[in-house]
Each structure stands twice: as structure tokens, then as C-alpha cells.
Design a protein around this ligand. Structure first.
Ligand code: COS
Length: 390
């Protein structure tokens, strides 16, 4: 076992960290207050090469390994969840799934533009009546010659107003299909959701399909593979969320350590108080365990192993730890934790969302129990994500 990060990893971490500090944080409090997203940030992420991380060079990506994607997510979410969400949907749920399931022709057609950020990708699984129960979708795709006719709606779609193409999972007869849907197709529309508790500076919305004709050549996998494609996408998306959660814990420590050293009670820094130390220790514990969990998943991706159980574990444990750390960070800041003059109330709101999306806290609890009890056993996948070729 080798736990050391390479010089290239350190460089990627540093690049993502600087990006978070210089491009994500300025003006963020105002955008978060006003609940407005910054479309320009996506262009900057593209220019910085972040949107092609972990896509092989032959498809226009950076050719870096899968741990690199985790490191980028950790550092971006250390600044704000909105930037990490972009990586989750564009790189994790969309691009890596296309890389995994796409034919050579589909990869060559789509991945270079996605990796360069010329095009943005997003993911459409969740519906108003299908969240955890992802199998029971109402969106339908009816085969008509060499097209699928798509009708229905998807909700809680990150980048709904910005993405150029969506990986949409729909019911087709008794089975499912996964289709790449271009937003320019007639009958496609989107609208933003407002009033969110967290990730307020990010674009989240609904997408609608009114007799959208999608060419069969845009289908990922075979007719009937749609649910498997969706589950594969979640293996990648959950990885990015698990890594990002560690970034929230690090951000809590970034805020709490100086505060605990500066803030005095009775002439003594509150960091000297044992109950404050207990909170800080718990954050450090969450960060270090969380890193090991996501590094392990990154390694499994690198060597081409199935990691559905491990990624569910990492997502479950890390998101809980991030919410706990953010809650403690608010506590540690006292009344200052309750106002957006300090960042910790944002971490508290943002970390709560990650316990819902990409598999709720309850779904991951059940998945882990099912594996442990022998009710869930992973089979050989029909199509696997290629390991890192580096
Ligand atoms: N990759 C590829 N294929 C997978 C897979 C994966 N990670 N996980 C499961 N599959 C395949 C299975 O092999 C099975 O194939 P067969 O029909 O050939 O046997 C098929 O998909 C169905 O799998 P499974 O039986 O595990 O499905 P369940 O109905 O038991 O899944 C859960 C239930 C709860 C695990 C699933 O519905 C789920 O994860 N729900 C949460 C969805 C979610 O996270 N939504 C949030 C989206 S926010 S982007």
C-alpha cells in the first residue's frame, strides 16, 4: 500500500485550491445571499483545465488519475459547494459515465468538447415522484424508427439552465434507457428552482421534455441498460461528493482554528477549553477518515475495480462527518456562527444538502446493511469504467 500523493497530485491540489480562493470565493457571500449563480465561473473552470480532469488525453482530457478528481473536488468544496457540484455533474455523473458506457464513436464525438469545457454536461435521473425510488420513473422514451420520443420532467437538476447536454434516464416500456439529450432539441426547456436552503450560489432547476426526438445513436448502452447506466453514474457522482465533503470539514477547520486561538474568554483563548478541543478533534477525525475513504475509492477506480459498496460508504460517512463538523463549527463560533459575516453557517446549510442528494443518508444506511447481511452482492458489471491508463 502506498498512501503518498505524487508531485502531480500535489500540483493539482494546489491548482484547485488557488482556483477556489481566487475565483470562487470573491463575491460569494453576495451571490449566496442573493441566490444568484455565476455563469462566468464555469468558463473559468474550463480555462483552468478542471473540467477535463481524469478524462484520458486521447479524448482531450488531462489524463490524470481518478484520485486527482477527488483532490479537485475536495479543494473546490473547501471554497464553496457550488464549484464542487459542477465537477460532480459535469465530470462525475456525465463525462465519466459517457467514458464508461460510450462507444468509441460516442466518446470521440462528445468527450473532447466536455473535457475542454466547450460543452457542459449534466444528469437527469430524479423526478418529482422518483427520488430514492429511482427505478419508478415517469419520464418515457418511446422508440419511433431511429429516434426515441421523450416526454416528462426531471427535477433537482444541477446546471439545468447552463448545461449543453444531459444524460437522461427514462422508462421505455418495462425497461429503462439512458440518452444524451442536447438542450437545443425542439421540445426541451428548463427553469431554475428558487428558495434552496444551501448551494444558493449554484444553478439548480427542472428540465422538461415535450416530444423531444432523441436520435438512437445518442443512447448509452443497449436498450434496457438505462438503470445500470444511472447506477454507474452514481458510483462516479458519489465519489466526487465524498471527496468534496472532506473539503467542507477542512474549511470548518480553516475557520475554527484561528477563531479558537483568537477568541478569548476570561483572558484565555477558547482553544484551551476542553469542550472546544473536543469539537476540533472531532473535525480532524472526520477529515482524516474521510480522506482515507475517498482515496481508497480513487485507487479502486484507478485499478478498474468495482467500488459500489465502498463509494456508498465514503459518501455516507463523509457527508455525515461534514454536517457534524459544520454544526460544531457553528457552535464553536457562538452567535458569530449564526450570521454570514463568518462562513460557517454556509457550510452548515451546504453540508445538509449532501445528506440528501446522490443517495440519502437513509439509502446509504440501507445499502451498507444489505451488503453486510448478504442481501446485496455485487456482480461483475456489464461495462466497467476503464482503469487509469497512466
Ligand atoms: N453499476 C452498474 N450496474 C449496477 C450498479 C452499479 N453501481 N448497481 C446496480 N447495478 C445493476 C444491478 O446489477 C442490477 O442489474 P440486473 O438487473 O442485471 O441484476 C440492476 O442494476 C438493479 O440493481 P439493484 O437490484 O441493486 O437495484 P435496486 O433496485 O436494489 O437499487 C437502490 C436500489 C436504493 C440502491 C437504488 O435505487 C438507489 O441507489 N437509489 C438512490 C438513487 C439516488 O441516489 N438518487 C439521487 C440522485 S441525485 S443525482
Amino acid at each position: 500500500m502506498n498512501f503518498s500523493l505524487s508531485a502531480e497530485h500535489e500540483l493539482i491540489r494546489e491548482t484547485a485550491h488557488k482556483f477556489g480562493q481566487t475565483e470562487v470565493l470573491p463575491g460569494l457571500r453576495e451571490r449566496d445571499r442573493a441566490a444568484t449563480s455565476d455563469r462566468g465561473m464555469l468558463d473559468k473552470m474550463a480555462a483552468a483545465g478542471l473540467l477535463g480532469v481524469s478524462i484520458p488525453e486521447e479524448y482531450g482530457g488531462s489524463g490524470t488519475d481518478y484520485i486527482s478528481l477527488g483532490l479537485v473536488c475536495e479543494e473546490l468544496e473547501r471554497a464553496d459547494s457550488t464549484a464542487r457540484v459542477v465537477m460532480s455533474v459535469h465530470s462525475g455523473l456525465h463525462s465519466l459515465t459517457l467514458y464508461q458506457w460510450g462507444t468509441e464513436e460516442q466518446r470521440r464525438r462528445s468527450l473532447p468538447d466536455l473535457a475542454s469545457g466547450k460543452k457542459l454536461g449534466a444528469f437527469g435521473l430524479t423526478e418529482p415522484d422518483a427520488g430514492s425510488d429511482a427505478v419508478n420513473l415517469r419520464t418515457t422514451a418511446v422508440l419511433d424508427g431511429d429516434h426515441y420520443v421523450l416526454n416528462g420532467e426531471k427535477t433537482w437538476i444541477s446546471l439545468a439552465d447552463y448545461a449543453d447536454q444531459f444524460l437522461v434516464i427514462a422508462k421505455s416500456g418495462e425497461t429503462h434507457v439512458a440518452l444524451i439529450v442536447d438542450r437545443n432539441l425542439p421540445g426541451f426547456s428548463s427553469r431554475a428552482l428558487h428558495g434552496k436552503l444551501g448551494v444558493r450560489a449554484g444553478n439548480t432547476g427542472q428540465i422538461f421534455f415535450d416530444n423531444v426526438r432523441v436520435p438512437v445513436e445518442n443512447r448509452l448502452g443497449d436498450h434496457g441498460d438505462g438503470f445500470k447506466v444511472a447506477m454507474s453514474a452514481l458510483d462516479h457522482g458519489r465519489y466526487t461528493v465524498a471527496a468534496g465533503a472532506v473539503g467542507i470539514i477542512t474549511a470548518c477547520l480553516d475557520a475554527c482554528v484561528p477563531y479558537a486561538n483568537d477568541r478569548k474568554v476570561g483572558g484565555e483563548p477558547i482553544g484551551k477549553k476542553q469542550l472546544v478541543q473536543q469539537m476540533v478533534a472531532s473535525m480532524v477525525r472526520g477529515r482524516d477518515i474521510g480522506r482515507l475513504l475517498y482515496y481508497q475509492v480513487g485507487w479502486m477506480k484507478n485499478v478498474g475495480m468495482r467500488h459500489s459498496r465502498e463509494v456508498s460508504m465514503a459518501k455516507w460517512v463523509n457527508c455525515e462527518a461534514a454536517f457534524d463538523a459544520a454544526n460544531k463549527a457553528v457552535e464553536l463560533h457562538g452567535a458569530y456562527g449564526f450570521i454570514d459575516e463568518y462562513p460557517v453557517e454556509r457550510y452548515f446549510r451546504n453540508s445538509r444538502g449532501a445528506m440528501i442528494y446522490e443517495g440519502t443518508h437513509e439509502i446509504h444506511t440501507l445499502i451498507q446493511a444489505e451488503y453486510a447481511l448478504g442481501y446485496r452482492v455485487d456482480k461483475q458489471l456489464k461495462v466497467t469504467l476503464p482503469g487509469w491508463q497512466g
